[in-house]
Design a protein around this ligand. Structure first.
Ligand code: CA
Ligand code: CA
Length: 349
């Protein structure tokens, strides 16, 4: 028998001690304050319908109780924290597992084998969002921080996989995606100016079909850190950024849809804690462009390497501004252990 837990607390306090659960199915709504839930093992956030409760009458008979329309998803008028001590979190598909809050959101699947499986949207309409798992983070639905300056922070103990057709997006706050394993990306979109995306993973993979042209990462600045590769030959990662910084041990295949400047970027996000508060991450400055074989192209506009942001390839190096009349300006060293090509634009001026 599966256990189910669905309720609507009348007057939760904030900050409040976390409600400790041991259930399989979960739905909860807090209309007036924060929601803090700690689950011992795995849990699925979904539609919970308890209409099969029977009511015993004074004559000793029993009959089905009042029909229950059920409760689905998690909704909070303040912060929303759902943690498992050792187990997966599944947000059921469609809207059944939808998570919405007006404050900060933390979804954290504890345990080294536990996935966070997001199949319904996660939205904060006023706070920051942190999502983490001891094992994989599977983003099968959109994660959205709607208020300016609010950030999104995703940490996977193994792989991070973003499904096609989904987004990780903010109004203008930074996004950080970190995975010990590979990160397969579809669309990470940061609005506004002066904000950026940081991806740190083994390899950073474009989830689109090889040869596509969709911008996968859109922000003022994009920072990519990989112990493996970034993109692949014929399956470039597409960025749309003003400033890039890339540090990879493997190959780098990136097309930037606009003019590009390689420079120095530091990018942090507000990490949500178990009490619903936040602390800013302390990421280091990232400089220039490094990798094994490197092929980076600006598809429109100029290609500029800033002073103090050197380019270094342990294999071959190709840098190109492909559009006619665009310029290549190197204000720092560009070195390679292999061959170097700095070809002219592919269309003439
Ligand atoms: Ca894409
Ligand atoms: Ca691509």
């Amino acid at each position: 028998m599966r256990r189910a837990c669905g309720w609507r607390p009348r007057a939760p306090s904030a900050p409040a001690p976390s409600t400790e659960l041991e259930t399989a199915l979960l739905a909860a709504v807090s209309d007036t304050g924060a929601l803090f839930l700690t689950e011992a093992t795995g849990v699925e956030v979904t539609l919970v319908d308890v209409s099969d409760v029977y009511r015993v009458a004074t004559d000793g008979t029993s009959a089905a109780g009042t029909a229950d329309t059920g409760l689905s998803g998690l909704s909070s008028a303040g912060a929303l924290v759902l943690r498992t001590l050792d187990g997966a979190i599944v947000l059921a598909a469609a809207t059944a597992g939808q998570v919405t809050a007006t404050g900060n959101v933390l979804l954290a699947a504890g345990g080294t084998t536990s996935d966070l499986d997001v199949r319904s949207t996660v939205t904060s309409n006023g706070g920051n969002i942190s999502a983490s798992a001891g094992h994989d983070v599977l983003l099968g639905a959109t994660v959205y921080a709607s208020v300016a300056g609010k950030t999104i922070d995703v940490v996977a103990g193994a792989a991070l996989v973003q499904s096609q057709g989904t987004r990780v997006s903010t109004a203008s706050g930074n996004v950080s995606l970190a995975a010990v394993g590979d990160a397969t990306l579809e669309a990470v979109l940061v609005g506004g100016t002066g904000t950026g995306i940081r991806v740190s993973a083994a390899s950073i993979i474009d989830g689109d079909a090889a040869g596509d042209s969709e911008a996968d990462l859109l922000a003022a600045s994009v920072q990519l850190i990989a112990t493996g590769a970034v993109g692949a030959a014929g399956a470039q990662l597409e960025t749309s950024a003003n400033t890039l910084a890339i540090d990879a041990d493997g190959d780098v295949f990136v097309n930037n849809t606009a003019a590009v400047v390689f420079g120095n970027t530091t990018l942090n996000v507000a990490r949500v804690d178990a009490e619903g508060g936040t602390a800013l991450t302390t990421n280091a400055l990232l400089t220039g462009l490094s990798g094994d074989d490197i092929v980076v192209r600006a598809l429109t506009g100029n290609f500029t390497v800033n002073t103090g942001a050197p380019v270094a390839a342990t294999g071959n190096l190709l840098l190109q501004a492909t559009a006619g009349s665009s310029n290549m300006t190197l204000n720092a060293a560009a070195t390679a252990a292999g061959a170097i090509s700095l070809p002219p634009p592919t269309t003439c001026c």
